[in-house]
Design a protein around this ligand. Structure first.
Ligand code: FAD
Length: 392
């Protein structure tokens, strides 16, 4: 299925991406230039948009295929942008492909897949728990042939410099909780849209790496910008967030593996108390535990990807791997930082940047606690009905 594609991505990473990381991490204009060059080269080599099938303009062949490639792509925090499969555009591209009309595909999906624009997904609001989004307040009212949107969102990742956003808004306040909202496509330069970056630790906040406060004040877009059916907001979000979560985990496998390799290599080089760190039992335990946990994450991810390719929503599998992999990711990188001592906190290794990014993984697309709740509720439901629960 992969026909040597994983090797091609690996070679591209080794030849071009790792060496560019320090320049990219400066997130300045020179970094934008480096990124532009890398993207042009990746596209020319056919290493482009592997999350989408060819009929949507990508080069993908399903989730299992993408999971495998992502172990290479995920090794660098920047590589998803190099290959045009970055969050949140990847998820937005998938739902536009699945639910967009022909006109929406032409206007929004095509330039996204071509890499001519970026997008954002605007759901979470400062005044409402993001873990329980049924209470979201942003309102869209149909006036004639236009939606008029008013509300306040935050953590709209990548909104700065984007071409458009997909906004979750209440269109039917009296409907049952999961039918109250719809998703609406909003060009970023529409009058009444204001975008302000929110800085999270580890990022200076520029363009793609921004997480933005977005206010919508009397924003008017055509009625035809409704994505899917009216009231479908949660149904589409489920289609987007499920795969989006597993995309994150696929990339994290690359981060875990890279941290693990740095941990092992350094422990063999560094000497203390009469021998290399690799001879200390504590370090050996970290290596063994990390190897076991990474392999568990890999197999769980491949299992979920396989089930999605078979048409399943794989809800339990996705929640299970989201919280478990977020924990393993943080632990493995933290162990690698610890083995490097003071060096692990400097910019002479990529580790500390990786650890900062990893911490956010325990919160975005649902905090650990919520995913554990989803898994345990489903299991208990089966037991309460007199059955049992096991993976099939
Ligand atoms: C880096 C980053 C990028 C993001 N990108 C986007 C984006 O592009 N678009 C977007 O719309 N949103 C985005 N988000 C928002 C993200 O999805 C929310 O932060 C997340 O869903 C949690 O919502 P909240 O921050 O409102 O926390 P809250 O819902 O207020 O929860 C706070 C804490 O309460 C605890 N908690 C919640 N529920 C339970 C429970 N049932 N049991 C036990 N404890 C519980 C958890 O520990 C949780 O961390 C992003 C967030 C981050 C950090």
């Amino acid at each position: 299925m992969l026909n040597g594609m994983r090797e091609r991505y690996r070679e591209f990473m080794e030849e071009h991406v790792y060496a560019a990381e320090p320049a990219l991490a400066r997130e300045d204009e020179a970094a934008d230039e480096v990124m532009r060059d890398l993207r042009t080269r990746a596209k020319a080599e056919g290493l482009w948009a592997p999350h989408l099938p060819p009929e949507a303009g990508g080069s993908g062949e399903g989730f299992l295929y993408y999971a495998d490639l992502n172990e290479e792509i995920g090794r660098s925090l920047w590589a998803q942008l190099v290959f045009n499969c970055q969050a949140p555009d990847a998820g937005n591209g998938e739902i536009l492909h699945l639910f967009g009309t022909d006109d929406q595909k032409e206007q929004f999906l095509k330039p996204l897949v071509e890499g001519e624009t970026r997008s954002f997904f605007s759901m979470t609001e400062p005044e409402v728990s993001g873990s329980d989004p049924t209470g979201l307040k942003t309102r869209a009212v149909l006036e004639g042939d236009e939606w008029v949107i008013d509300g306040h969102k935050w953590f709209s990742s990548g909104a700065e410099g984007s071409g458009f956003g997909i906004v979750m808004a209440v269109t039917d306040p009296d409907a049952q909780p999961h039918r109250r909202m719809s998703q609406i496509l909003v060009p970023s330069d529409t009058a009444g849209v204001e975008i302000e970056p929110v800085h999270i630790s580890g990022h200076h906040g520029r363009g793609w790496t921004t997480h933005c406060d977005v206010t919508y004040t009397g924003v008017r877009v055509p009625a035809a910008n409704l994505l899917g059916e009216r009231g479908d907001g949660f149904r589409i979000a489920q289609k987007r967030l499920g795969p989006g979560r597993i995309h994150h985990v696929m990339r994290w496998l690359g981060q875990m593996q890279r941290a693990f390799e740095l941990l092992c290599t350094y422990s063999l080089q560094r000497e203390a108390f009469g021998g290399p760190l690799a001879e200390k039992q504590t370090i050996q335990n970290w290596i063994a535990d990390s190897a076991a946990e990474i392999q568990a994450c890999r197999l769980m991810t491949l299992d979920a990807a396989h089930k999605i390719d078979q048409g399943s929503e794989a809800r339990v599998e996705i929640s299970l791997i989201k919280f478990y992999a977020a924990r393993v990711l943080n632990e493995v990188i933290d162990r690698a930082v610890q083995v490097h001592g003071g060096l692990g906190l400097t910019d002479r290794t990529p580790l500390y940047g990786m650890l900062t990014a990893a911490r956010a993984g325990r919160i975005y697309d649902g905090p650990d606690e919520v995913h554990r709740m989803v898994v345990s509720r489903r299991i208990l439901k089966d037991f309460a009905a007199g059955g049992t629960w096991r993976f099939s």
